[in-house]
Design a protein around this ligand. Structure first.
Ligand code: GTR
Length: 396
């Protein structure tokens, strides 16, 4: 393409054209309100080992106040380099339309909703609640982001175990297509959020809505999602302390998988940010770190650390090598000191099951067990601290 252009356009115009393109590219666009530039990849130091979330400017974090400041700094870095910046809560999440129907022989009521939000109420998002009818509640909530509502494998079991299910259609906010401006991005042109951040923002808007409902136990909202939805759930949960439990499922690269530590056959930063694949999930400047992961001032254990002292559970499948099993174990271990520091040692969990890349009944059961333990203090048989042997993490 460029070779053809250079045959027909004099070089002086061509370089002007190229520079104009750079000036207009999203990574060069003006920063969103309140965002200041951080060093570019060439200015950043090389950090070969995993960086320590508990060290800030060479100093070990020693107090909760120091951690609170460090936490804000980590959020800034992650949004600036990786996901882009989201607009604040719009304060106008409203039900535009709703229908109701009984489910599971009357054990639940299904509510199908369209929520509106944002500037001039322009953004619309489909959502679905499945509300247990056993009592007036309030119920703890399992909130998932998805690209198709109504597909949870053990929904009735979850309802009978006393959880309210909430889901939202993330693709209403951004349709998951390369090279387009989705409805949420169009409504907020001054923000540089990429697709994962848009989807995560949708989760935070669901929390806004859920918090208005008497049937919801406000301190007990968990967020989950699978794969790209797992990346979304981890980002939403890392950022918003109203979310009490965070469960990325099979989230891998851009989720619970480490960039510096990769298992065989796993997706790398370079692979995921390939412009022909999923570069649009991330801020354009994240591509600068392709094959330069050691320049990142953080790694994905920092997102897990942001969840502490709240509860975090990675659910993984033993044959899901693409999701970087080894790197997910690495982030589990590397986030642990932050959970320990905040007195939440047992709230950092991991769970492996046999099988491949999906959001299976067993993953959902592990989540409900984990929620039973952390929301209700129940003794559960499932273990959340078992890591497979090195041998099991390697494809046969
Ligand atoms: C894959 C992608 C993964 C994961 C997955 C999914 O193709 O490489 O990072 O997000 O899609 O969402 O199912």
């Amino acid at each position: 393409m460029r070779a053809n252009l250079s045959k027909t356009i004099p070089p002086i115009f061509l370089s002007a054209f190229f520079l104009a393109g750079l000036a207009l590219g999203p990574s060069q666009a003006a920063n969103p309100p309140g965002v200041i530039d951080l060093p570019g990849v060439d200015q950043l130091p090389e950090i070969v080992e995993l960086p320590d979330p508990l060290i800030s400017d060479g100093e070990k974090i020693a107090t909760p106040e120091a951690w609170a400041k460090r936490r804000e700094k980590i959020k800034r870095m992650i949004l600036y380099y990786e996901y882009g910046h989201m607009p604040p809560a719009p304060g106008n999440v409203r039900v535009k339309s709703a229908t109701e129907a009984p489910l599971y022989s009357g054990a639940a009521t299904e509510r199908r909703l369209v929520l509106s939000m944002g500037p001039q109420d322009r953004i619309e998002m489909h959502a679905r609640l499945v509300v247990p009818t056993a009592s007036k509640g309030p119920y703890p909530v399992l909130l998932q982001n998805t690209n198709a509502l109504g597909n949870i494998p053990i929904e009735e079991e979850i309802i009978r175990r006393g959880y309210l299910i909430a889901e939202y259609l993330r693709t209403d906010l951004d349709p998951d297509v390369n090279g387009i401006v989705g409805p949420a991005q169009a409504a907020y042109p001054e923000y540089d959020w990429a697709t994962l951040a848009v989807w995560a923002w949708g989760g935070l808007r669901m929390v806004d809505y859920l918090e208005t409902l008497d049937i919801v136990d406000k301190g007990k909202i968990a967020i989950t999602g699978h794969s790209r939805g797992g990346k979304t759930a981890l980002l939403a949960g890392a950022l918003d302390e109203r979310i009490a439990l965070v469960n990325p499922n099979g989230s891998g690269c851009g989720g619970a998988g480490c960039y510096r530590i990769q298992g065989p056959k796993s997706e790398s930063l370079a692979a995921i940010t390939d412009p022909k694949r999923f570069s649009y999930w991330f801020h354009p400047r994240f591509r600068d770190f392709a094959d330069k992961e050691t320049k990142l001032p953080f790694d994905q254990h920092f997102l897990k650390a942001l969840v502490a002292p709240r509860a975090l559970l990675s659910t993984e499948a033993l044959e899901d090598y693409w999701a970087n099993l080894k790197g997910t174990v690495a982030t589990y271990r590397a986030a642990q000191p932050v959970f320990d520091f905040l007195g939440a040692t047992d709230r950092n969990g991991i769970h492996f099951r046999p099988g491949k890349h999906n959001h299976s009944a067993e993953d959902w059961r592990a989540l409900v067990d984990f929620a039973d333990k952390h929301f209700h203090g129940k003794a559960v048989a499932t273990r959340f601290d078992l890591v497979p042997s090195e041998d099991q993490l390697i494809p046969k």
